[in-house]
Design a protein around this ligand. Structure first.
Ligand code: BG6
Length: 293
C-alpha cells in the first residue's frame, strides 16, 4: 500500500483518503456536495496537515481543554493520521460501505496515552451518504473507578454551497457559544439564536448545544438534510475573509462552502473499558429545497 493511498468508490463517485479518513468528495447522481478548499490531498498529507474540505473526522475537538489532551493539536490526531482499510467493499441492497480503522501508533501514543480503537464506516447510496464513528475504550483495566475514555467527536462537513445565500435550520431558540469572541472553553458567553435560518454572511463560528440532531442546509436551487444519532451539538463555521489568513484555503474559498458539523463537543462522552460509543450522520440531497428566511 502506498504512503498516501486514495480509495475510490466508483459507483457513487466518492473519494475517501486513508489519511485522516477524510471523504474528500461525494457526488450524488445529480450534484457534487463536497470538495476541497485548499491544497490537494497529496501535498496536504505530505505536509501532515488536515484536509481543508470534504468531511474530516474530528476526534477530540478544538484547542485542547481536557488535561489528557494537552499535547494534541487542534481537533485531535484522527484527521491527520493514516487509517487502515481492509480492502472490503460491502454491498447491501442499493448501498455500499467501507470501514476504516485507527489504533494507537507510537506517534499517537507519544501525545495521547489512552487505549482506543476507532472504526469509521462510510455508506453510500444514490441519494445519501452516511458516516458512523465507533469509539471503543480498549483499556483492560478492571479497577474501580472505571478507566473511562473521555472524548469529543465531530464530523467536520464542508458542504459545497454559496456562503452568501446558504441557510441552516432549525437552530432558532437554541443556545450557542460564539467562538468568534473567544475560542477558549468557557470564555465565550451563551447566546440565544434568534434567526429562523442561520446565515454565514459574516465570520461565523458558533457551537450550538443540545441541538435537534436533524438539520437542513439550503441555498437557491439546492440543499442537503443531515440527520444524526448520538451527536447532541452542532457547529456552524465559515471564516469569511479571515480565511485569507489561513494559508491552506484558496483565495475566496470561503465563499463556496458552509461547515455544518454535528458532534459531541460541549463536555465529554465517557466510555467504560470494553464498551463502544457510536455517533452517526446521514446526509441526503434535498430535491426542491424550500427556503426558510
Ligand atoms: C471549527 C471550529 O470546527 O473548525 C473553528 O469551531 C475552527 O474554531 C474550524 O476554526 C476550522 O478548524 P481548523 O483546525 O481545520 O482550521
Amino acid at each position: 500500500m502506498s504512503n498516501l493511498p486514495l480509495l475510490r468508490v466508483i459507483r457513487f463517485s466518492a473519494e475517501i483518503m486513508l489519511y485522516g479518513a477524510t471523504i474528500v468528495s461525494w457526488k450524488s447522481p445529480s450534484e457534487r456536495l463536497f470538495e476541497l478548499h485548499g491544497p490537494l490531498p497529496l501535498p496536504c498529507a505530505m505536509a501532515r496537515k488536515p484536509v481543508r474540505g470534504g468531511i474530516p473526522v474530528v476526534f477530540l475537538f478544538g484547542p485542547p481543554a481536557h488535561p489528557e489532551h494537552a499535547k494534541l493539536p487542534q481537533h485531535g490526531f484522527a484527521r491527520s493520521s493514516n487509517w487502515s482499510w481492509d480492502n472490503i467493499i460491502k454491498e447491501e441492497g442499493d448501498h455500499v460501505s467501507v470501514t476504516l480503522t485507527l489504533d494507537p501508533t507510537p506517534s499517537i501514543t507519544a501525545v495521547y496515552k489512552r487505549q482506543f480503537h476507532l472504526r469509521f464506516v462510510v455508506t453510500l447510496g444514490e441519494n445519501d451518504i452516511a458516516t458512523e464513528l465507533f469509539v471503543q475504550n480498549t483499556s483492560a483495566s478492571t479497577e474501580y473507578p472505571p478507566d473511562f475514555l473521555e472524548f469529543q467527536a465531530l464530523f467536520h462537513n464542508y458542504v459545497l454551497a454559496p456562503a452568501n445565500e446558504v441557510l441552516v435550520t432549525p437552530l432558532q431558540n437554541l443556545f450557542y457559544f460564539d467562538k468568534t469572541e473567544s475560542t477558549e472553553e468557557g470564555k465565550s458567553t451563551a447566546k440565544a439564536e434568534k434567526r429562523a435560518g442561520v446565515d454565514v454572511r459574516k465570520f461565523t463560528d458558533s457551537v450550538y448545544e443540545n441541538a435537534p440532531g436533524s438539520y437542513e442546509v439550503t441555498w437557491p436551487g439546492g440543499g442537503v438534510a443531515i440527520k444524526t444519532t448520538n451527536l447532541k451539538d452542532v457547529v456552524v463555521w465559515n471564516p469569511a475573509e479571515t480565511g485569507s489568513k489561513m494559508g491552506d484555503m484558496e483565495q475566496g474559498g470561503w465563499e463556496k462552502f458552509v461547515c455544518v458539523e454535528p458532534g459531541h463537543v460541549r463536555g465529554y462522552e465517557r466510555v467504560a473499558p470494553g464498551l463502544t460509543w457510536v455517533g452517526k450522520q446521514v446526509i441526503s440531497v434535498i430535491h426542491n429545497a424550500r427556503r426558510h428566511q
